[in-house]
Write a protein that binds this ligand. Structure first.
Ligand code: IVH
Length: 695
C-alpha cells in the first residue's frame, strides 16, 4: 500500500516513505525476476521520483533497501548476493482470512499441516548474519531479496548477534534488527545531544543507524533470530540438519549457539496443533503487545515441519508456508497543540501533551504523557510539531518523537514554567521531576481529595466540591484537619444539611480506625503506592516504628531499593508534623495482625502467616463476581495479604496463582502460557472465605 499524497507524489512522512520504498522494491524485484510488476512504468517512475525527492530532503533517513541510485532499482544487482532468496511475507488481517490461507496450504501439501509455529512479527529490518567457523563475518540487509547491502560495519552494535558462537560452525542466521523502546530512547537522547534530529520511531531508528557508517556516536540495536540456513561452506552434516529440522528446532539450535531469539520474551514462539489453536495464540500475543519492550506489527504463523514447508513451496515474493497476521497500527502522527503543566497532590509539576485528537487502536487520543522537562528537551519537542504518538491497549499514550523533517519553521519552543502554575511559588528543579517548593501544601485540594479516596481513608460524602468548600472556608489546610471538624463547622457550609452533616461526621469518625496501610497511602508518600504502603505497614506494624527506621531498614522491605528507601525516609521526615497531627486527632497508626521487626531488623513473624495463601504470590485480573464483586483491586490485594499471600500486579514465573474474572485478557493468557494455576473469583472466594470481611 502506497500513501502518496495526491498526484504531486509528495511523501507525507517516514511511514509513507517506507511504504513507497517497499512498494518500489517489490515492483522492481517482480519486474526483473519475471517481467511482471504490479505497477505500470509510469506509476513506478513517479514512485521512485517521490522516494528520491524525499531522500534529497532527508538524507539521514534513507532506508538501506531504497531503490534510489541502484541499478534497476536495486533489484537486478546488489552488492552481496543471498545464497537463498530473502523473502517477504503475505498478510492476512482476520481469522477468516487466516483459516482460508491454512486451507490453501493444506491443499498444496495434500495433508493436514503437522503443526504451526506462532511467533511475533518483529517490527524492524530483515538481516542476514553470516558466521564462518563460529565467527561473525558479514551482515547483509534484505535488499531486493536476491542481493542486499553489506552493513558489516554494524557488527558489535547489535545485541543478540554475538561475534562468536558457542560452536565453530558455518551458517547464516536470519532475523530482524530493531531498537527496543529503551534503545530508542537512548538513541534519541544521544542524537539530540549531538545536534541531530530524533528518530520518529524505533523502526526508523534501526534503519537509519544500520546505514550510518561514520557517526561520532554509536547506538545499540537488538537482533531477533527467526531462521537459519546453511552457507556453501557449511559442513554436510549441519546443512542436512538445518534442512531437515522443524522451524522450532532451528530456533532452539540458534539460541543454543548464542544467537538471540524471541524465546526469552513474553511472547516466545510456540507451536499450535491446529489452525484454531494458532488463532488463539495470535490473540494471546496481540493481548501482550502493549507490554512488550519492543514493537511488533503482527504475528507470523509458519508450517513447522521441513516437509510441510517443502511441499507448500514458495512464490517469488513470499513463502506459501508462512503468513503474517497483521495487527492494527498503534502509532499515528498528529499535532502537538500545547503543553499543560499540572500540579499533583505532592506538588509535582508534570507536563502533559495536548494533541490534535487522533484515533489509535480503537480509541481517541487527546492527551499524552511527557514525563518531565528533561524528557521534553531529550525529545527536542516543539509546540506545533507533528509528533509520532504510540498507544496500545490500556497503556497511557506517549509521544515518541517529533517528525522533525515535517517542520515548517512555525513551531515554537515549549515554555517551561518559571513559577509553580498552581500557587506561584518557586519551583525546585533539582530532580528530574520538578516540584513546587511548597510540596503538598501547594495543592491542598488535590492532596486532601486523594487522602479521602476509596483506597485510602475511604471517607464517603467528601467529594472534590466539598473539599474545595472546606479549604476555601479555612476549615481544612490538610487531611488531619478533617478529624477536628465539628458539627457547627460543617453546618456553616453551603448546601450542607443536618443529615449530610451527621453522615459525613460518622464517615470521618469511621476513617480513624483504618489500618496503617491506608493511612500511609492517604499521606501520599512519594515513591510509594498502595502496594508499597501495605508492605511497609506489614513490615513495621506501627507508624512509630516506620518513622524511626533508616533507609537501610526500609530497604529490607520487599521491592524497595536504595533510591526509593532514601526518598521514603525524606518524605516521612517532611510529613512528620502531619503524622503527629493525625495521631493527636486519634487516627489509628497500627497495622492489625502485624508485628514490629525485631531489634536486629529481621521480621519476627511474617505477617499473615498460617493463612491459606501463605507463600503464594497472587495476581488478580478481570472483573470480580459473587461475594468479591464489590471489592476494588486494592481491597482484593489487601484480602490476599490478610490471607498470608503476596499481591502482585504482573504475571511472571514467580506468580503462583492468578484469580481471573470476567474479561481477563493478557494476564490470563500469560498465566496459561507459564502454566500458573488459575482460579475463578468464586473459587478464590471459597479459599479465603474467612478473610473476606476481616478488616
Ligand atoms: S519469516 C521466509 N518471521 O517481516 C520467511 N519474518 O513482512 C521470511 N519479520 O521480511 C520471514 N518477524 O523481515 C519471519 N518472526 C518472523 C518475523 C519476520 C518479522 C519480517 C521479515 C520479513 C517481513 C515480512
Amino acid at each position: 500500500m502506497t500513501t502518496l499524497a495526491g498526484s504531486a507524489g509528495v511523501l507525507a512522512d517516514d511511514a509513507a516513505y517506507a511504504a513507497a520504498v517497499e512498494t518500489a522494491v517489490a515492483a522492481a524485484g517482480a519486474y526483473y525476476a519475471t517481467g511482471e510488476s504490479a505497477l505500470d512504468d509510469d506509476a513506478y517512475d513517479r514512485l521512485v521520483r517521490a522516494v528520491a525527492a524525499y531522500e534529497a530532503a532527508h538524507p539521514d533517513r534513507v532506508l538501506p533497501d531504497s531503490p534510489s541510485g541502484k541499478v534497476a532499482g536495486g533489484a537486478a544487482v546488489g552488492d552481496v548476493p543471498h545464497t537463498v532468496a530473502m523473502l517477504s511475507l503475505d498478510n492476512v488481517f482476520s481469522p477468516e482470512e487466516f483459516i482460508t490461507w491454512t486451507a490453501s496450504v493444506e491443499r498444496r501439501t495434500g495433508r493436514p499441516v503437522a503443526g504451526w509455529s506462532v511467533e511475533p512479527k518483529l517490527d524492524g529490518l530483515a538481516m542476514a548474519a553470516r558466521y564462518r567457523d563460529g565467527r561473525l563475518v558479514q551482515l547483509v540487509t534484505r535488499g531486493d531479496g536476491s542481493a542486499g547491502e553489506d552493513v558489516s560495519h554494524a557488527i558489535g552494535a547489535i545485541r543478540g548477534l554475538p561475534e562468536s558462537l558457542a560452536e565453530p560452525v558455518t551458517l547464516e542466521v536470519r532475523g530482524e534488527v530493531l531498537m527496543t523502546t529503551e534503545q530508542f530512547e537512548q538513541a534519541n537522547a544521544v542524537r539530540v545531544a549531538h545536534g541531530g534530529a530524533p528518530f520518529v520511531n524505533p523502526r526508523n531508528g534501526a534503519a537509519g543507524s544500520l546505514r550510518a557508517k561514520d557517526r561520532a556516536y554509536t547506538v545499540e540495536m537488538t537482533f531477533f533470530c527467526y531462521g537459519a540456513l546453511p552457507l556453501p561452506a557449511t559442513s554436510q552434516e549441519l546443512a542436512a540438519q538445518l534442512r531437515e529440522s522443524t522451524h522450532t528446532e532451528i530456533l532452539a539450535r540458534a539460541a543454543a549457539l548464542g544467537v538471540h531469539t524471541a524465546a526469552d520474551t513474553a511472547v516466545p514462539p510456540r507451536t499450535a496443533a491446529t489452525a484454531q489453536e494458532a488463532l488463539e495464540r495470535v490473540a494471546e500475543i496481540a493481548g501482550l503487545r502493549a507490554e512488550l519492550p519492543f514493537g511488533i506489527d503482527g504475528v507470523v504463523i509458519k508450517a513447522d515441519s521441513a516437509a510441510d514447508q517443502r511441499d507448500a513451496g514458495s512464490g517469488s515474493r513470499a513463502p506459501r508456508w508462512a503468513i503474517a497476521f497483521k495487527l492494527p497500527a498503534v502509532e499515528k502522527v498528529t499535532t502537538l497543540l500545547a503543553v499543560e503543566w499540572n500540579v499533583g497532590r505532592t506538588g509535582i509539576i508534570a507536563p502533559r501533551a495536548v494533541l490534535e485528537p487522533v484515533r489509535i487502536d480503537g480509541s481517541t487520543v487527546t492527551y499524552a504523557t511527557l514525563h518531565n522537562p528533561a524528557d521534553i528537551t531529550r525529545r527536542d519537542l516543539r509546540v506545533g510539531d507533528r509528533v509520532m504518538v504510540y498507544k496500545a491497549g490500556d497503556i497511557i499514550p506517549r509521544v515518541e518523537a517529533p517528525v522533525a523533517h515535517l517542520r515548517t519553521g512555525a513551531e515554537q519552543p515549549i515554555a517551561f514554567p518559571d513559577v509553580c502554575p498552581q500557587c506561584g511559588s518557586e519551583i525546585d528543579t533539582s530532580e528530574q521531576r520538578w516540584r513546587c517548593v511548597r510540596g503538598r501544601a501547594c495543592h491542598v485540594v488535590a492532596s486532601i481529595s486523594y487522602a479521602v479516596g476509596r483506597d485510602q481513608l475511604d471517607i464517603e460524602g467528601l467529594g472534590a466540591t466539598r473539599v474545595v468548600q472546606l479549604v476555601d472556608a479555612g476549615l481544612a489546610a490538610d487531611v488531619a484537619d478533617l478529624f477536628t471538624l465539628t458539627r457547627e463547622h460543617l453546618l456553616s457550609l453551603e448546601r450542607m444539611g443536618e443529615t449530610s452533616t451527621d453522615n459525613l461526621l460518622a464517615a470521618i469518625g469511621a476513617a480513624k480506625d483504618r489500618p496503617l496501610s491506608r493511612v500511609l497511602a492517604a499521606l501520599g508518600v512519594r515513591g510509594t503506592g498502595r502496594s508499597i504502603s501495605r508492605r511497609l505497614a506489614r513490615h513495621f506494624a506501627t507508624m512509630a516504628e516506620l518513622c524511626s527506621a533508616d533507609a537501610e531498614a526500609i530497604q529490607r522491605v520487599d521491592g524497595i531499593g536504595a533510591e526509593k528507601a532514601r526518598v521514603i525516609v525524606d518524605e516521612l521526615a517532611e510529613l512528620g508534623p502531619l503524622i503527629a497531627k493525625l495521631t493527636a486527632a486519634g487516627v489509628n497508626m497500627t497495622e492489625p495482625g502485624a508485628t514490629p521487626p525485631a531489634i536486629d531488623g529481621a521480621q519476627a513473624e511474617p505477617a499473615g502467616d498460617g493463612g491459606p495463601l501463605t507463600g503464594r504470590t497472587v495476581v488478580v485480573t478481570g472483573a470480580m463476581t459473587g461475594s468479591l464483586e464489590k471489592l476494588s483491586r486494592n481491597q482484593m490485594n489487601e484480602l490476599i495479604e490478610r490471607a498470608g499471600g503476596k499481591a502482585s500486579s504482573g504475571v511472571s514465573k514467580r506468580t503462583t496463582l492468578v484469580v481471573a474474572g470476567e474479561g481477563a485478557g493478557s494476564k490470563r493468557a500469560k498465566a496459561e502460557d507459564l502454566g500458573v494455576p488459575l482460579m475463578t473469583p468464586e473459587e478464590f472466594a471459597g479459599l479465603v472465605a474467612e478473610y473476606v470481611d476481616g478488616e
